[in-house]
Design a protein around this ligand. Structure first.
Ligand SMILES: [Zn+2]
Length: 178
């Protein structure tokens, strides 16, 4: 039997060499955002309920992603779910650039569902496009227009492709599925 050794750091996050760190996510939203990322091939590490001096409540989620990049749709959803988010791009082990607030593109795609139950995108499927009429802010929810049925809807009526509303996601109430 060997003598007890010093405690090991079992959960050590390998530094990102080339990739992205999505920081300052509202606590509870990290796993939903993880859902949006292609972690079947990339090395992705979620951190939940880390200490934060920026977010009210003092907790944040953070995601480390080695390799790959974020699409405009993915960034848009991160911005809508967590306006507090900062995205850091790491190149050759160094911070290359960071963005906050994260921009929402002029259009979002399949990542959202139309709030009109009769819309052909809900009854027959197919690809979806939404024009972003108003960017999210701390006080105003964001507002979008379906390109197919022209229905306009805003914050509380926004549902993601997983079926959850923004409120559900911010409360950490969602199914974790691919
Ligand atoms: Zn529609």
């Amino acid at each position: 039997m060997t003598a007890p050794t010093e405690p090991r750091e079992y959960m050590r996050i390998r530094p990102i060499h080339n990739g992205t760190v999505i920081d300052h996510l509202l606590p509870g939203t990290g796993l939903f955002i993880l859902n949006l990322l292609d972690y079947t091939t990339l090395r992705v590490t979620p951190g939940l309920n880390y200490n934060s001096d920026r977010i009210p409540g003092g907790k944040k989620d953070i995601i480390y992603m080695e390799g790959g990049d974020l699409t405009a749709d993915q960034m848009g959803v991160i911005a809508v779910i967590s306006p507090s988010a900062t995205i850091n791009w790491i190149v050759d082990g160094k911070l290359s650039r960071k963005t906050h607030p994260v921009p929402v593109p002029d259009e979002l795609g399949d990542i959202l569902l139309c709030s009109n139950a009769k819309c052909t995108t809900n009854t027959e499927g197919g690809s979806r496009r939404f024009k972003v009429l108003q960017q999210p802010t701390d006080t105003d929810p964001f507002r979008v227009l379906c390109r197919y049925c022209e229905k306009e809807f805003y914050g509380p009526l926004v549902r993601f492709y997983t079926g959850q509303t923004l409120k559900d996601v911010r409360r950490g109430r969602f199914e974790f599925r691919r």
